[in-house]
Write a protein that binds this ligand. Structure first.
Ligand code: NAD
Length: 270
């Protein structure tokens, strides 16, 4: 995609879980469009620093911050560092997420709490800190027509039930109502809150679902477009939602899934 380096010029973005996969691609693409980017990571410090170095080598602005998004004190400290280095924030991408899979009756409370803690509570904590700053600062018309943008990375499993993954599906279903409720509350302040629901995208989180020809063939049965998604598919959607090109889009989920949510089992008459 050919981006304009002016699309997000002057804007400051924070991407959680940006040391790999979808978060990495979003961080790199926001930077290509002129945004200064905070690359949040949990445990992959070297990978995060490499992304920062690449962005800087490309005349961009970035720095890495370690924080566990499920921990309130660490989230507050991450935003403190963001404001110290960048002064403010315009774009939050709530991307960090994980899976702890188990059959329902075997799922431990720890597996449940860990996934809800990172995937849902983590998004709440980061969105709250970003929204406080958007409200404090308000709109700067020369930068963006919005006071701020929040993009929640959800999943097709915000609507598709997923046996063996009840914690994950519940966390993503929760993101939908959280996103819409925040959007409803903050829209009068010119804050836009939207979600992207990826289908199957090739990243470390789901490697076993696509890393052999057999696994990929099985996965493709669920995808009418007959291709597994790429991180760039999600990053392009995130750039659009972060830009003023989507100024009238608020409180919605953009499914980027090659049609996975189209009930592909009914393609041949069900
Ligand atoms: P990934 O494993 O590469 O990325 C997840 C990132 O979150 C990692 O960088 C990880 O270090 C980080 N992370 C985990 N726990 C964290 C914590 N406590 N604090 C901060 N960061 C933490 O996988 P991905 O596919 O890039 O996942 C990114 C998002 O996309 C997740 O929310 C995931 O649920 C969602 N998603 C992915 C797919 C897919 O097919 N890959 C589909 C739907 C939704």
């Amino acid at each position: 995609m050919s981006y304009s380096p002016y699309l997000l010029k002057g804007q400051k973005a924070l991407v959680t879980g940006a040391s790999s996969g979808i978060g990495e691609a979003i961080a790199r693409n926001l930077a290509l469009c002129g945004a200064a980017v905070v690359v949040n990571y949990h445990s992959e410090g070297e990978e995060a620093q490499k992304i920062v170095d690449d962005i800087k080598a490309n005349n961009g602005e970035a720095f890495a911050v370690q924080a566990d998004v499920s921990q309130e004190d660490q989230v507050k400290e991450m935003f403190r560092q963001t404001f110290q280095q960048f002064g403010t924030i315009d774009i939050l991408v709530n991307n960090a997420g994980l899976q702890k899979d188990a059959p329902f009756v075997d799922m431990s409370l720890n597996q449940w709490n860990t996934v809800i803690g990172v995937n849902l509570t983590g998004q709440f904590l980061c969105a709250r800190e970003a929204a406080k700053e958007f409200l404090r600062r308000g709109v700067r018309p020369q930068i963006s027509s919005a006071a701020g943008k929040i993009i929640c990375i959800s999943s097709v499993h915000e609507i598709i039930p997923w046996a063996g993954h009840v914690n994950y599906a519940a966390s993503k279903g929760g993101i939908n109502m959280m996103m819409q409720s925040i959007a409803q509350e903050l829209a009068p302040h010119k804050i836009r809150v939207n979600s992207i629901a990826p289908g199957a995208i090739k990243t470390p989180i789901n490697k076993s679902a696509w890393d052999t020809p057999q696994a990929e063939a099985k996965l493709l049965q669920l995808i009418p477009a007959k291709r597994v998604g790429d991180v760039e598919d999600i990053a392009k959607a995130a750039v659009w939602l972060a830009s003023d090109d989507s100024d009238y889009v608020n409180g919605t989920t953009l499914f980027v899934d090659g049609g996975m949510t189209l009930y592909p089992g009914f393609t041949d008459n069900g």
